[in-house]
Write a protein that binds this ligand. Sequence first.
Ligand code: HBI
Ligand code: FE
Length: 295
Amino acid sequence: MNSPRRVQHQQTDRGTIPVYATGVVEQPWDTYTKTDHQVWGQLFARQREVLPGRACQEFLDSQNALQMTAEAIPKFSDLNPILKATTGWELVGVEGLLPEFTFFEHLANRRFPVTWWIRAPEHIDYISEPDLFHDLFGHVPLLMNPIFADYMEAYGRGAMKAHGINEQALLNLTRLYWYTVEFGLIQTAAGLRIYGSGIVSSKGESIYCLESDAPNRIGFDLERIMSTQYRIDTFQQSYFVINDFEQLFEATRPDFAPIYDRLADRSSIPARETLESDRVLHRGTREGFSTDADT
Ligand code: HBI
Ligand code: FE
């Protein structure tokens, strides 16, 4: 078998070209360098310092149950038996970004694709695409939560269907993933907490999303989220807050086809806006927001 490639976006003079990989690979654990393990350890230790009192308790407890530590990059083969026994999910190694349909197919079958390679020390604070730290540290712990685990599978199924409908339907579902799985907040008895993996894997955004006055914090509303643009180049301008993971799973129960039809006639909402109909928990001051367009 060939050794896995590091498939990354390519920088050219015409901008960044996304490059996609499709296959599943064995995690080449023996090839990780001392630097790779140090990058993991540094990021791990830093986030575990920032996250208590900020990330939801389910996330922190599950990470402990998976026995992730700062010592070394975890082996997928050590995590899989624990995950499998708890919620039936399984990690598969991938070389980089997957084509959307392939990604959704994995989720629908309770397989979570984890990028095998980790970012270089020069990019410790930010990289624009998923790497091992984001995938493993950020996404995998909540797959131990039975309800969240079911939501992820339901999302994968829904997205496979949306893929067969049209571009707009797929965009609606991508926004849902963005504002829940990647950047979601949850209201708990102890206060507002983070569950989104894009946040828990970023020190800056872990603090910003809860403590800054600039962004909006808005009660979860499926159709509202599906119409909302998002930014991939800055911290989010709006965060959506769920009451519990049941609310998330329940929202994916109805057939989405009539929802896509309804949303097709509405214009999309800029990331920074709040609406009359929103349950606004905090109206952002927009301080420091850039003025260029959303995605
Ligand atoms: N591939 N490896 C990987 N990881 C992702 O998170 C991912 C992907 N391909 C597509 C994709 N995400 C998106 O389409 C999400 O917006 C749903
Ligand atoms: Fe992600």
